[in-house]
Write a protein that binds this ligand. Sequence first.
Ligand code: SF4
Length: 358
Amino acid sequence: MPDGCSYVLDSYLFDFTPLTRKLSKASKNKEIKLYLEAPQGFVRLLRRISGFLEECLASRGYRVSTHVKLEPSFGACSLSIDDLRYIGENVFLIHIGHEPYVYPLCDGRLCMYGARNGNIVFIPGEYLGGDTEKLLLNIVEFTKDKDVKRLGLGYSVQHKSLAHKLATILSQQGYEVKIVAPVLGCYYYNLLKQRELVDAYMIVAGGYFHALGLGLALGGSKIVMRVDPYTNRVEDISRDIVRVLSKRYWLLASLDNVRNLGIIMGLLPGQYRPWIASFIESLAQRRGIKTQRLYARYLSREILDNLSPDDYDAYVVTSCPRLAIDDLGDYWKPVLTPAEARLWLMSAKYELDYTFPW
Ligand code: SF4
């Protein structure tokens, strides 16, 4: 149950109960610092959120100073644990917009599930908009001419309540909803487990990002609909998925002359994956391809442009699997995900299934 320290801003509910609970258990010292970070769309709200928190916690006897991270956080993979050392004692990291990460987080070379620092609080922020009736009408309209009765529902964390509401009503209307589960741009496992049981998937989220990721993870084998709570649109994105997959296979067909491979290593806590780099290196070695590890906290085409074009024929990004596809899909040199590199280096692009994400 929310304990009153909740804030509605721009149609989002930010419920700070996890913070107040943690404070009442953890901190006898009433002098606390809060370090706030958020994804791109929420950064502009942080000034108002910090003001709200100062007031709300002051009314509970805390003396609070707030600190706002200017750079956006891409996911729970990019938790700013390191930054806390700059802020001082008794500091809590308030990570807005995501839930805890599902993969290991690394602190240097020590990687483990869950953060070692106990002063981290996740505040997802729930979107209160979205027209349930319109969305349902559009879903029914979309599915009526197709043989779609068994559904899998995924959602980005802001749309959890809406997704469950849609699932309940769809079940009442005769659909078989096999699963309702959260997704990340790099995590679809719960939905994929049910692939034999569903005719189509729906992703409740803004934009194409999460739905496209699921489509790639399915290798284009199922209908994927995006259900957009911001526009109330329901759209089959199967063609977009085929388009992206075709581009990826075209890229895989262009690697015959690669002799030098740059292996991009991520320096964010959830994006450091040396075990994947080692696997790719061992495959490359067997083919006589030279590799070089290249480290970056934030990867962009400008960063890659700093390298000499003669030194690398292609890159494999071991940090975030979306970078190779979404950000660098049209870079002038091939940029691959590790799973794509595996298909290429094992000469198995037609023998093994396309794999995403890893
Ligand atoms: S998709 Fe990339 S940015 Fe998002 S959580 Fe996964 S690794 Fe992080």
